[in-house]
Design a protein around this ligand. Structure first.
Ligand code: HEM
Length: 137
């Protein structure tokens, strides 16, 4: 395949929504950097503990998860990872939609779909972390 075929299109939205008068994009830029740094530790730690150390993935079963989530430390770890990754990924995708959606209606509906999926993932993920029952029969 030629190099040209692999190249990603430049942002091709004919016009981006006008800048607003608040600092939302500044804080969003900052959030991407700060959450990115935190995610390096959270995700690499998660990868190491769940997949590499002490038998790795072979020891993961219901009992292992139940034991982990009995500790508030791992509940907070997983909750942070869930919220940061979802908001970081969602906000990144929002930028991509703004950059590439050509029509206002396409942009609007793609963002609605994105926000809806974010709410579903955050809600169900948080619910599972806090309502997990190790004694389920
Ligand atoms: C592991 C540590 C991670 C670091 C250090 C990191 C860092 C960053 C940074 C600095 C940006 C902003 C780039 C820009 O403004 O041009 C970014 C964008 C983005 N990140 Fe992450 N990220 C990490 C993990 C993740 C994860 C887990 C996801 C998915 C859930 C994700 C999805 C995205 C997306 C979709 C964008 C937007 C890309 C774009 O604008 O072209 N990142 N990341």
């Amino acid at each position: 395949m030629s190099q040209e075929a692999l190249a990603l299109d430049k942002p091709r939205s004919p016009r981006r929504p006008a800048a607003r008068r608040n600092n939302f994009e500044l804080y969003s830029w900052l959030f991407m950097r700060i959450s990115g740094i935190l995610l390096v530790f959270l995700v690499l730690g998660h990868l190491l503990i769940m997949n590499i150390l002490d038998g790795g993935v072979h020891r993961i079963n219901f009992g292992f998860v139940a034991g982990r989530w009995a500790s508030p430390f791992w509940q907070v770890w997983d909750l942070l990872m869930l919220w940061l990754a979802e908001i970081h990924g969602g906000n990144g995708l929002r930028t991509i939609i703004d950059d590439y959606a050509r029509k206002d209606t396409t942009r609007f509906w793609l963002k609605m779909l994105l926000y809806f999926s974010m709410v579903v993932v955050l809600f169900t993920g948080t619910l599972v972390i806090f309502t997990f029952d190790p004694n389920i029969s």
